[in-house]
Design a binder for this molecule. Sequence first.
Ligand code: C2E
Ligand code: MG
Ligand code: MG
Ligand code: MG
Length: 291
Amino acid sequence: HAKSGGKDGVRLWETTMSDQSTARFSMEADLRHAIDRNELEIHYQPIVDLASQKPVGMEALLRWKHPIQGYVSPMVFIPVAEESGLILQIGEWVMMEAFRQVAAWSADFGPLSIAVNVSARQFRSPNFTARADQIARDSGLNRDQIELELTESMVMGHTAEAVRIMHELVDCGFKLSLDDFGTGYSSLSYLKRFPLNKLKIDRSFVSDLPDDAESAAIAEAIAGLAHTLGMQVVAEGIETLEQAAYLADRQCRYGQGYYFSRPLPASRFPAYLAETRARLLLESRQESSRR
Ligand code: C2E
Ligand code: MG
Ligand code: MG
Ligand code: MG
């Protein structure tokens, strides 16, 4: 049943399809009403400065809580949303909700940045820049607090067109990150033409650090490349202290992963920020009294 399916969205999907009560479940039809029925939620995963361990912002990660199926993984429903075109409406909702939320937290905790995933279809839609611009303005968040995460496959085909859209977004004041870097087929010669602020090292190169020599070489090469091109680096999927320390020592400024925090529902994020700040303050006091 839905509950026993675990975190694996795909397996959960297959098991539940055979279930009598859910046999007529159509993901696309249900997704069409997900916003109206308040079934979509955003979870926020902190992004920390690896040297100081301070949270500097967070990534918005979409969750769909289906009334019968339970949580459906974005890896499963985002492709359906893309194909059906629903991603345009859903993507706007994510920006509206996340920008509004982070503007409120920034008022309480000082400026935080928010990274939002953009899908290929959104990126290519004719009025994406204008819509994002309008939503940002309505939210009251400063434009330089907003990062849009793009993927290699989105920007590598039709490169001239992609570069034009990217410049449009940058001219509006948005920052651009390249997500899951290293998994696609980026041509390095194009990379320097893209107005990117950050490269995000894919989790697959982080998970075997620091022992696996190949992963280490790749992570180091990506960090070096980003540095040379004047971009910042974020490592995703950091699960251990060793991985965080290894990356911090290799020009990787920011990190994100279960070691710091899992993605949190909005209701739990302020407590995470308050507790982390208190802990860091205490640690720095202990440090200075020892000296
Ligand atoms: P992503 O943008 O690369 O997001 C990072 C994924 O890695 C998230 O999975 C996050 O929960 C997971 N993660 C973070 N730290 C760790 C770690 O230490 N260990 C492990 N094992 N996993 C970690 P999630 O939330 O399931 O999202 C999957 C993908 O779905 C995202 O990958 C992104 O491509 C897409 N997605 C999520 N929200 C949105 C959205 O609002 N719009 C669009 N277009 N795509 C989204
Ligand atoms: Mg992302
Ligand atoms: Mg990513
Ligand atoms: Mg990823």
